[in-house]
Write a protein that binds this ligand. Structure first.
Ligand SMILES: [Zn+2]
Ligand SMILES: [Zn+2]
Length: 124
């Protein structure tokens, strides 16, 4: 992805562009991808099987951008979980690269996950 210098906004975000050792930076397509643009991508989480949005840069976006990104996740999630969903913004495994999960209402894992129905102790 190119550097969007024309917006002038990106230079305000003091984050690394890319971290070689980071799974989210590598953005390997090991699960179904639902959406992507030049800011983010939404794919099923390897662990939870719920839709997960990942910012394309290694770091944390400012509040306005974060709200924007979560709207994109919500669009995917409302089709996937018509009965309701909740946004889980807690970054458990990779705290320094912004991502968020959309989870089915009242649940943690997607029914497609091996972990579905398990206690929430083992989270991904
Ligand atoms: Zn990263
Ligand atoms: Zn997950």
């Amino acid at each position: 992805m190119g550097w969007r210098w024309e917006t002038g906004l990106r230079s305000l975000d003091k984050v690394d562009e890319f971290d070689d050792g980071c799974l989210l930076c590598r953005a390997e397509r090991v699960t179904t991808w639902h959406f992507e643009d030049d800011e983010c991508w939404v794919a099923d989480c390897v662990v939870c099987a719920t839709p997960m949005i990942v910012w394309r840069r290694h770091g944390l976006p400012h509040g306005d951008l974060e709200r924007d990104l979560l709207e994109r996740l919500s669009a995917v999630a409302s089709e996937r979980y018509p009965d309701g969903f909740w946004i889980d913004g807690e970054r458990r495994r990779i705290p320094d690269h912004w991502h968020a999960h959309a989870r089915p209402a009242g649940g943690f894992f997607d029914p497609a996950s091996d972990l579905y129905g398990r206690p929430w102790g083992r989270r991904g």
